[in-house]
Design a protein around this ligand. Structure first.
Ligand code: 5GP
Ligand code: MG
Length: 181
């Protein structure tokens, strides 16, 4: 592997510019603060690794005290298509029982990962469980629809702002579609 950042960016067609992402993430943070207003026990749970950048930006705009942790569930590996099963590689240590939990996702595609994860987290008996996703392809049928959505996304393979292809591209400050070839 011997390619420059210019080569990398040439292979990604930008869909959501950094400024647009930052504006929307700020709005989401404020909406979340308003929705949980009056509570001081909110737990924001980011799905690894894809939501790390979204989480870092979002929590700076959540206007109420809260804790954060991560949950590691994977269904993709290096493939571009969902295998439809979930593997937990990080189980959060933070207590979830009797407190509001907000699950942060990078993207909802088939929703298989999320569906399985939601069922698992419900067994921890949070006071409430809601989903916030940065991107939603709107092709899934979930028992629990996301309460907060950043952007509707095209049904393409997206990378950047946390989203990877074979662990590359996560560092890009924008979200784009990976060109074929
Ligand atoms: P789902 O179960 O909804 O099909 O997707 C599970 C996970 O696959 C998502 O949380 C995300 O990590 C990954 N994924 C889904 N769609 C995309 C995509 O377009 N690009 C990338 N990089 N990852 C995706
Ligand atoms: Mg994910």
């Amino acid at each position: 592997m011997n390619e420059s950042m210019t080569d990398v960016r040439d292979r990604v067609r930008t869909i959501f510019e950094p400024d647009a992402i930052q504006r929307r993430v700020q709005q989401l943070g404020e909406e979340i603060g308003a929705y949980y207003a009056g509570r001081n026990d909110l737990l924001i749970l980011g799905t690894l690794k894809g939501s790390f950048m979204f989480m870092a930006d979002l929590v700076r705009h959540v206007t109420i005290p809260h804790e954060m942790d991560f949950v590691g569930a994977a269904s993709y590996g290096k493939s571009k298509t969902s295998s439809g099963h979930v593997r937990l590689f990080y189980d959060p240590v933070t207590t979830m029982s009797s407190r509001p939990v907000l699950l942060l996702e990078d993207i909802v595609d088939t929703g298989h990962t999320l569906q399985n994860l939601v069922h698992l987290l419900q067994t921890r008996e949070p006071a409430s469980l809601d989903i916030c996703t940065l991107l939603h392809k709107r092709k899934s049928h979930l028992d629990l629809e996301p309460r907060f959505v950043g952007f509707d996304a095209p049904d393409e393979f997206l990378v950047g702002y946390g989203l990877d292809y074979a662990e590359q591209y996560r560092y890009l400050p924008f979200v784009g579609s990976l060109k074929d070839g």
